[in-house]
Design a protein around this ligand. Structure first.
Ligand code: FDA
Length: 511
């Protein structure tokens, strides 16, 4: 295994050795940004989405950033990294909620970032209804490329167009098509992976266990996925999007209480999610069809929402992407902008709810949301499950939150100024504690792509992340699939080369 390296500076000979090795392996020097390069800081910060991590003195930063342009660059980084005791972390879109693609909590950690933003081609095969997409592409780039070659096809993945394919697919990936088609990983049919030895593997060479693990087992554990082969999904010529807004004073809590039982049981073609804020609740929906078809359905199944024809916005599926995430004035071209989202300090947590929460509790939740306004802001994104996402067996991929889940809640706390956000963070912890009786239990489940280090972090014992400690956070993300993930890890990376604060630990007896 790689022994825990001593604290080393940029001038450490082995770091020079690492960089020398990279150049000898044909990575051009201009793709390697060391701490002494003038470009280092701006490249490091280029895809940091959460400004609380811009203060780079608080955690370990990479010895260097390799801007990979081709798969052989990723392979070289891994081979040289092992040789010179430098770990590598992949960064695709940089959206990791805990910044683990570019920072390490332990200041002694010696690592390099392999940034994949230069590897972002999308090759669509419209006739077969498939595409190869490189990990550095954003979801916006993927959706745009599909639409350009095959306007009646789409893909079931996240809502935010700036999210990177690499990290997103590694943890599952869900958005407005999740009820109709499930997760992004439910449509991955092949991939190319650089493994812990620097080898390049396709699905056959990986074997089914490793191929299973990379489809939702979390980024940064099994290797670096260079590209994904995906099956595209049909989308109708017209979709209908609506936002119905209610305030807590005018019935929002009643409607939300009913929504919990209705939304997960609606037909597959409709997704009505909820964005709850202290003073308003938005019921945001996408229906795969026209307003004429949608209206009778909503009136019959969800009359309390009192949706009307005036709420309907008909458009194409590709137009719905900017409309939902960036607002009604945004255009399809805007989803190609890799930095379109605003950068604010956030803390994100998540829960899965399997039993409806009583109205009396929702009232208390809103009272709590309203307390935050003095020192921050909050949104709860509540995504209904049911339909396709829940029909797939929970062991089919590492993502286990399937049958019986009513919805996922993402708690987002925002604050400005003080990067520590002391008061906002305390509030966010208190809310999460308050919610404990209402989320799933044994374990209290969480979504791996909404990474939260408060759930637990790895402890390294004798140079290897301990399975025993990993179970604390791992079973929350993966339930019964965690052990299988750890067994795959033991097989393909027993030395724990690909390691971060929440990477899958190898299942080695009694570690
Ligand atoms: P980033 O590059 O930070 O990587 C995340 C993790 O994966 C890191 O551990 C990294 O090392 C690893 N990794 C990256 N590339 C890899 C590769 N090629 N191979 C192996 N490991 C790799 N989720 C969702 O399901 N639906 C949604 O709608 C949204 N929306 C959303 C909006 C915003 C604004 C944010 C910040 C986040 C989301 N998410 C989301 C969560 C998102 O899916 C999650 O943060 C992804 O991991 C982000 O992937 P990136 O490639 O951008 O992250």
């Amino acid at each position: 295994y790689i022994p825990s390296p001593a604290i080393a500076s940029d001038h450490d000979p082995s770091s020079k050795g690492f960089i020398h090795c990279l150049t000898k392996k044909s990575i051009p020097p201009w793709l390697i940004h060391t701490r002494s390069s003038s470009s280092y800081t701006s490249i490091l910060k280029s895809s940091i989405r959460n400004p609380k991590f811009l203060n780079t003195t608080a955690s370990a930063t990479p010895l260097c950033i390799v801007m990979a342009k081709k798969t052989s660059h990723i392979q070289a980084a891994v081979v040289c990294g092992r040789r010179h005791r430098v770990r590598v972390r992949a960064r695709s879109g940089g959206h990791d909620y805990e910044g683990l693609s570019y920072r390490a909590e332990d200041r002694r950690e010696r690592f390099a970032v392999v940034d994949l933003s230069g590897m972002r081609s999308v090759r669509v095969d419209a006739a077969r209804g498939t595409a190869w997409v490189q990990s550095g592409a954003t979801l916006g780039e993927l959706y745009h490329a599909i639409w350009s070659s095959a306007p009646r096809l789409g893909f079931a993945a996240g809502v935010c167009p700036t999210v990177g394919v690499g990290g997103h697919f590694s943890g599952g990936g869900f958005g407005m098509l999740q009820r109709k088609y499930g997760l992004a990983v439910d449509h991955v049919v092949n991939a190319t992976l650089v493994d812990a030895r620097g080898g390049l593997l396709g699905r056959d060479a990986m074997g089914e266990d490793l191929f299973w693990a990379i489809r939702g087992g979390g980024g940064g554990s099994f290797g670096i996925v260079a590209s994904w082969h995906i099956k595209l999904v049909p989308v109708p010529p017209t979709v209908t999007v609506f936002d119905v807004v209610r305030t807590p004073e005018h019935g929002a809590i009643d409607v939300l209480t009913k929504w919990q039982e209705i939304a997960p049981r609606l037909p597959d073609d409709i997704m009505v999610r909820v964005i709850a804020e202290p003073r308003r609740v938005t019921f945001e929906a996408m229906y795969l069809g026209t307003c004429d078809e949608l209206l009778p359905l909503m009136h019959h199944r969800f009359p309390d929402l009192a949706m009307t024809r005036a709420d309907c916005n008909e458009m194409t599926w590709i137009e719905s992407i900017p409309y939902i995430h960036l607002g009604s004035n945004a255009t399809v071209a805007d989803i190609l902008n890799r930095s379109s989202i605003s950068r604010v300090n956030t803390k994100n947590r998540s829960d899965y709810v399997r039993h409806p929460i009583p109205k009396s509790i929702w009232k208390k939740i809103f009272a709590k949301l309203q307390q935050l306004t003095n020192f921050g802001e909050v949104q709860l994104f509540i995504d209904p499950y049911g339909a396709k996402i829940s029909r797939i067996h929970e062991s089919a991929t590492p993502f286990p939150h399937r049958e019986g889940v009513l919805y996922n809640i993402q708690y987002i706390t925002y604050w400005s100024g003080d990067a520590n956000g002391t008061l906002a963070l305390k509030w966010s912890r208190d809310l999460y504690k308050f919610m404990e009786p209402y989320g799933s239990k044994n374990p209290r489940e969480a979504y791996a792509n909404y990474r939260d280090l408060d759930l637990g972090r790895n402890k390294v014992v004798n140079g290897i992340s301990s399975y025993h400690h990993g179970k604390v956070w791992g079973e929350k993300y993966f339930r019964g699939n965690f052990e299988r993930l750890a067994k795959v890890k033991a097989k393909v990376d027993p030395d724990d080369y690909f390691r971060n604060e929440q990477s899958i630990p190898p299942f080695l007896a009694l570690v």
